[in-house]
Design a protein. Structure first.
Length: 363
């Protein structure tokens, strides 16, 4: 009897084991099709992305930077867009201005109060935490080469901005050890308002709208539009969209469209050609290197349109070489007071392709 039980038990165990082995592939087939795609990020990869600095300064790296060092960095990498003293120019709104010693004392900016006639809201008027300045500069600046500043340069640049706003003295050295004390002098540190009624689950809405909320007319049309006089205020929108993806832009050099923008083929002006090394490839280079943020194809945005550059240099024998130099090294005074920042991140081959396209007429 014991022998029979032992044999039966072994047979049952073998059957269970066999069933598990044969079920494996079947179970694997039921997993999501993307189950085996990719891998877990390594700690080093996560650390490279996890660079945010919070208001309590969690994430702030150890280091320091002086105001004098910040002035050097600012003039070399920031002033072309933001002005020598943070007063800005034609590109961006001012960073410094509109705050006072009284604001630093109380932590609220007088010029932000209702009824103020101060003409421009600056960064130092609005920002409440010094960590915001540090974090943004660290991850996003300079505009043409983000994340290239060293830790010392970020500390120094923040220190320079704070010195211009008289939050710290001109001989100050900002560091991870004293930044919390600097926070106590931010002009708008108490400017973040908590409006408690908005957080009440059972509270009443803060807006009472009398517009149609139910049984609305079925012939209503919702679409965006611009008045005729403003259609081309920022150049031809069709040429400023990305060269890939579903987004469409109206051709603002023509009268308003009669059908909603967003359907049908992309305007010919922004079609990317398939031929290798053709105009489409160059336009992709222009977009990927953020050139189109400042230059339209046929119109000025911040800098001149590419067609204007082409026309200005059409008679130069060394047009290609000249334009390569301008792309790589920048310059100023050719098309007005706004300087062209250097683009050292653009490869020689890409700069040559862009210059050749412009010299050929930017078409």
């Amino acid at each position: 009897m014991k022998s029979m039980f032992r044999i039966s038990f072994r047979a049952a165990a073998a059957a269970i084991t066999l069933a598990a082995l044969t079920a494996g592939p079947a179970l694997a087939q039921k997993q999501a099709p993307w189950h085996s795609i990719g891998r877990d990020a390594t700690p080093a990869e996560v650390k490279a992305w996890d660079i945010d600095v919070r208001p309590d300064f969690k994430g702030l790296p150890k280091g320091s930077g002086s105001v004098s060092k910040g002035e050097e960095v600012w003039e070399a990498k920031c002033a072309s867009c933001h002005g020598i003293f943070g007063e800005s120019n034609e590109v961006f709104t001012p960073i410094v201005g509109g705050t006072s010693k009284a604001d630093i004392e109380r932590g609220r900016v007088k010029n932000l109060e209702e009824g103020s006639t101060y003409p421009q809201k600056t960064t130092m008027m609005k920002v409440a935490t010094v960590s915001t300045l540090w974090d943004y500069i660290n991850r996003a600046m300079p505009w043409n080469a983000p994340k290239t500043l060293t830790t010392e340069e970020v500390y120094a640049t923040v220190a320079y901005i704070l010195s211009l706003a008289e939050v710290v003295p001109a001989d100050f050295v900002l560091s991870d050890e004293n930044i919390a004390e600097v926070q106590k002098r931010m002009p708008n540190r108490n400017g973040m308002v908590f409006y408690e009624p908005l957080w009440r689950v059972n509270g009443k809405g803060d807006v009472k709208n009398v517009a149609c909320m139910k049984d609305c007319p079925t012939d209503s049309k919702i679409r965006s539009s611009l008045p005729g006089f403003a259609r081309d205020a920022h150049g031809n929108i069709a040429e400023q969209n990305r060269v890939i993806g579903p987004v469409r832009g109206a051709d603002t050099t023509k009268p308003p469209p009669t059908a909603p923008v967003g359907t049908g083929p992309r305007p010919q002006a922004v079609v990317v050609a398939a031929a290798s090394s053709g105009a489409g490839d160059v336009r992709s280079l222009l977009a990927s290197n953020s050139c189109t943020a400042c230059h339209g194809i046929n119109s000025k945005i911040v800098g001149p349109g590419f067609n204007e550059i082409a026309a200005k240099n059409k008679d130069r024998a060394d047009a290609e070489a000249y334009l390569v130099g301008k792309i790589k090294n920048g310059g100023s005074g050719v098309y007005g007071p706004v300087p062209m920042p250097a683009q050292p991140q653009v490869s020689d081959a890409d700069a040559q392709a862009m210059a050749r396209w412009i010299a050929a007429g930017a078409k």
